[in-house]
Design a protein around this ligand. Structure first.
Ligand SMILES: Cc1cc2nc3c(=O)[nH]c(=O)nc-3n(C[C@H](O)[C@H](O)[C@H](O)COP(=O)(O)OP(=O)(O)OC[C@H]3O[C@@H](n4cnc5c(N)ncnc54)[C@H](O)[C@@H]3O)c2cc1C
Length: 519
């Protein structure tokens, strides 16, 4: 093990992994393991931007208020306070690393997105924010002493005497496995968007970080809260492509297949309501009009504004035969962002010593039951920086308070065997999740899914290659999402059940899973 020793091992090379690696290398040796090439991740697809209170009419307090409102009673106020207060300092790091945020007359330009009360979203290249961040950070990493191993999938966390001591990884080109030892292991492996049939997520986003942490004995929280993005391009034969929230922020209007604007029927904020409200409204409207899509209309906006503000979206649609300045954009909701994940405290520490989690893998509690748009890139850097700060502290200073708030602790229950289940493969798993654990859920659909998923888990063989590891991890995450959704007998934020359509004060608590938790 000694030859493969690093002070920090970071799993994942999206914004969270690369930013942490760049800060950590000032303190010690760093290894980044990433299972595809360095830029295979969700980060590079982020369009809208990154939220920070910097406008004259804005303040961290107002950003706090909007974040907590979106979180529907489950955001952790301490974590949100940190997010909004420490945002500007971390954004300054991104600027120092060279991220070219858009400016006008020397001032950073800010846009307004749904559920933000003022313009506060910084962007780069118009709607190519994530790509600029990813390219800039990976260039910095490549020219630093950080060691990066691509095509290297972290497959197991190594724990000795209750402390994380390293990680096992599979080289997916050679098929060989290797153990790497470290002082601090940081999971920055992204969310689990590939759980669903329709998703905006990259194909590397398969819940690996959450599954690894769960198997090692860490606590996993808030898994029932999965955000579905309301407006994802629905063109036959074209992979789901996000039509950013910012398009509605700039004045885009949603129309049903009959051409009628429908959002004012569902919410006073109309197109600028929170994502869960807009996604559900679209589903209802699609049902009403017997259609699998609605339309986003920007034809009333000056075409120059559309092409300069959304060059990436404009170009993508144009390449697929649609000029969005002249024609309506067909859209439907798709799985987008996992609010839950590895439970961490305000220093990014998981519940096993030596283990940290950041970015979409982590559950810091800032998003509560629903994420405010453009807060996830921000969360990745704010809590990423805190991880590195934490590792610099003395052991005594590191002793921290446990996270407060009401929780229900559980383990995955055993379930009755079914006589027949759809065969276990990725498309069937994704259909089970989309059809039964999607935007609109019920006790019946969740119970059906829970039974099928428990059967799937029993059918899994020991994985030996990347696809097998990914399906194994997705099945585990699918069980965590479904069992949590079944337990939560209410509707809140992104979690909506037809049999419990109201929010219940009794459920103002988090659901936490642990491998050997309370039955
Ligand atoms: C289309 C789209 C648009 C978005 N727009 C915005 C936006 O405008 N603003 C915003 O704030 N958020 C946005 N989001 C969300 C945001 O992009 C993500 O939450 C964020 O980029 C997550 O960063 P991350 O570093 O945690 O994970 P990712 O960027 O997903 O990176 C995960 C990394 O982990 C690696 N990995 C996974 N498993 C393993 C393993 N077992 N071993 C080794 N490596 C592994 C992957 O290969 C990848 O490198 C968007 C998301 C999508 C999909």
């Amino acid at each position: 093990m000694k030859t493969n020793y690093y002070d920090y091992i970071v799993v994942g090379s999206g914004i969270a992994g690369l930013y942490i690696a760049l800060l950590a290398v000032e303190r010690g040796s760093v290894l980044v393991l990433t299972k595809g090439s360095i830029d295979d991740c969700n980060t590079k697809y982020a369009q809208g931007g990154i939220a920070v209170a910097m406008a004259r009419e804005d303040s961290p307090e107002l950003h706090f208020k909007d974040t907590v409102a979106a979180g529907a009673g489950l955001s952790d106020p301490e974590a949100v306070g940190i997010l909004t207060e420490e945002a500007a300092d971390c954004i300054a790091d991104l600027i120092r690393f060279g991220v070219p945020f858009d400016t006008l007359d020397g001032e950073i330009t800010l846009t307004r997105e749904a559920a933000h009360s003022v313009p506060r979203v910084m962007h780069a290249g118009g709607d190519a924010t994530g790509e600029h961040i990813e390219v800039t950070l990976s260039r910095q990493v490549r020219s630093s002493p950080i060691k990066v191993l691509e095509n290297c999938l972290a497959s197991q966390i190594l724990v000795q005497r209750g402390r994380v001591v390293g990680v096992k990884a599979l080289d997916s080109h050679t098929g060989s496995t290797e153990e790497y030892a470290c002082k601090f292991l940081i999971l920055a492996a992204g969310g689990a968007g590939r759980l669903f049939k329709y998703t905006t997520n990259s194909d590397v986003v398969t819940g690996d970080g959450i599954a690894l942490a769960f198997e090692a004995g860490a606590e996993i929280s808030d898994m029932e809260f999965f955000q579905f993005h309301p407006t994802v391009l629905r063109l036959p034969g074209v992979a789901p492509f996000l039509i950013s929230e910012a398009v509605r922020g700039e004045g885009g209007i949603l129309r049903n297949v009959e051409g009628r604007r429908f959002m004012p029927d569902y919410a006073a904020e109309a197109e600028l309501a929170t994502r869960d409200v807009v996604a559900r409204s679209i589903v209802y409207e699609m049902k009403k009009t017997h259609s699998d899509r609605v339309f986003l209309d920007v034809t009333h906006l000056p075409s120059r504004r559309v092409t300069t503000r959304f060059p990436h979206i404009y170009r993508f649609c144009r390449e697929h035969g649609l000029d969005i300045t002249k024609g309506l954009i067909p859209v439907a909701p798709a799985a987008h962002y996992l609010m839950g994940g590895v439970k961490v405290n305000i220093w990014g520490e998981a519940t096993i010593p030596g283990l940290f989690a950041a970015g979409e893998t982590a559950c810091t509690g800032v998003h509560g039951a629903n994420r405010l748009a453009s807060n996830s890139l921000l969360e990745s850097i704010v809590f990423g920086k805190r991880i590195v700060q934490r590792t610099k502290m003395t052991t005594a200073a590191r002793r921290s308070r446990k996270k407060s708030g009401k929780t229900i602790s559980c383990c995955l229950p055993e379930r009755e065997a079914l006589s027949k289940v759809p065969s276990l493969n990725l498309p069937n798993l994704q259909s089970v999740m989309w059809d039964r654990v999607g935007i609109i859920r019920s006790g019946k659909s969740l119970k059906e899914a829970a039974d099928i998923l428990a059967m799937y888990q029993g059918l899994l063989a020991r994985p030996s290659d990347r696809p097998a590891y990914e399906v194994t991890n997705l099945v585990l995450c699918a069980r965590l999402v479904t069992e949590a959704a079944l337990l939560r007998e209410e509707s809140r934020g992104a979690h909506f059940r037809t049999d419990f359509p109201r929010t219940s004060r009794e459920w103002q608590r988090r659901i936490v899973f642990k491998k050997n938790g309370t039955k």
